[in-house]
Design a protein around this ligand. Sequence first.
Ligand code: PA5
Length: 452
Amino acid sequence: MAGQVPVSLEYSYLLPDVEPEELASWQPAVTLMHERLEGGTGPGSAFLGWLDPAAIMPAEQLAAIQATAARLREATEVMVVVGIGGSYLGARAVIEALAAPGGPTVLYAGQTLSAEYTDWLLTYLKDKRFCINVVSKSGTTTEPAVAFRLLRDLLRRQAGAEANERIIATTDPDRGALRGVATKEGYQTFPIPANVGGRYSVFTAVGLLPIAYAGVDAAALLDGATACAAACRTPDLAKNPAYVYAAARNLLYRKGKSIELLATFEPRLHYLAEWWKQLYGESEGKRQMGIFPASVEFTTDLHSMGQWIQEGRRDIFETFVTIAGGQPAVMIPGDPDDADGLNFLAGKKSVDDVNRRACAGTILAHRQGGVPSMTITLPALAPRPLGALLYCFEKACGVSGYLLGVNPFDQPGVEQYKTNMFALMHKPGFETESAAVLAAVQERQGKHVVTF
Ligand code: PA5
């Protein structure tokens, strides 16, 4: 039985923009959205499988994922995860946050069409024993399809008959192009449940296979998510961190705060922010609405974006993700000259102590400058609390999207660039669009240019 995870959400620094009573007054709206989400009566209700992480990841499947990860770790030194958007960001967020240095390497492909990157990757892999986890629910997404062709060819040249044993396809259980290829070639496969969309799929095999390969405790991550799911099942706004977060950000949005910065003081959380941006950006940016999700990494960005955040347009709010403990004790050494004046810290304070003071000082400074914030604190950078955090953001996103009045489980706008790209490449089936798209590009491109 999963227990309570001590992750906290502090919202004291929303004051005076958001008073606790004002937040509490959103209870009826939150209850309504809670009922829509939990009862499956809201928009996008065919994609709510992620609500129950234990149900979408039964124990036998988790065991199979762990066994496959162990087999692949024996046979290879690198896993290449081929996928884009929700098909790789969750795994990357967890691996970059938690994988121990010196463990198996996980690299990524199909998240870009950059020839430079592709060429670098193929060159790097030439003398490596590698495996491929190709992840695509539809199986037809261009970026991973291009990368998979190239990587599969390289693997076949390197591993010959063994190549197919080193390819794992994570895809729709029944349909789609990748399912067809996997069946024909005899690849081992894991399912992406039909009722789970890409950006909500980190607790399926999409996330958990690469996470397990990287040596991160996938079971503990899932356990954290399950515990958080239980904690976030209450409609009571005062007790549900996901609903506090969802209601507060909608309140702030209505008060003109249209940009949210996810702020961390830990570079290992860089891809957590990338995952969060996709989750909220793709879920909420619809019908000319939505908070723009951006991210900053402090203290690094205090020396680049700090001025803007402190004194620029007051249309932003921040959500800090901080880590309470478990950081390495790197002590600040003494120096006989003390030219930098830091001897008062020598032998008494660690780098992490300084980072913490910087964090507390920044939250206060930004509040003083008119930027309200919330702070989510993990007890440590560890699988269980991280699993809880990821789930909390997912649950909050569902309710937040409903409060905003959009369907948080579709992404119709993503298709426009694909249509234009296919039309410009004269892909069969896009003949009608080709002429119009080409004409639209020709009408603009190169008209007004300044060279240097
Ligand atoms: O969240 C989403 O639905 C998207 O980001 C998809 O995951 C992404 O577009 C990749 O799609 P697919 O898994 O079909 O290749």
